[in-house]
Design a protein around this ligand. Structure first.
Ligand SMILES: [Zn+2]
Length: 139
């Protein structure tokens, strides 16, 4: 997802760094994958990983190695007053609303959003091409 910098607090870099390195100890808080390190995931159960070298070839058991890059996910936990949380609210930087995640866990955390964005993109393209072919018919 494109990151809209203006929607984040001014000190986001600092918050993100504290969550990733001080709180999470440089590891994905969901699967434990270490930041800035090559790992490869198991094909049968991709939640399983092992340390790898970038030269490792994928095989029947393991996927191609990837370098882990932690980013900070906004979980969208409810507010203390009971107001529902919102994953799109990047200004909600309460510790309990943030999780340091590897690429894979972050993708899964926002999978429904990615699916919805892809659906809207496809629909927009369909409507645009329908509109264009409609315009073509006028000439
Ligand atoms: Zn992870």
């Amino acid at each position: 997802m494109a990151m809209r910098k203006d929607a984040y607090p001014a000190n986001w870099e600092e918050i993100s760094r504290r969550i990733r390195y001080e709180r999470a100890g440089g590891k994905c808080e969901w699967c434990g994958a270490p930041n800035d390190t090559y790992i490869r995931r198991n094909r049968v159960n991709p939640a399983l990983w092992e340390l790898a070298s970038p030269e490792d070839e994928p095989d029947a058991q393991w996927y191609r190695p990837i370098k882990v890059m932690l980013t900070v996910h906004h979980i969208g936990v409810d507010k203390p007053d009971g107001t529902p949380g919102d994953r799109h609210d990047k200004l909600d930087v309460r510790d309990e609303n943030l999780a340091a995640l590897c690429q894979r866990c972050h993708l899964f955390a926002d999978l429904d959003i990615h699916i919805e964005n892809a659906r809207q993109t496809r629909r927009a393209k369909r409507e645009q091409s329908a509109q264009e072919s409609g315009q073509m018919r006028l000439f």
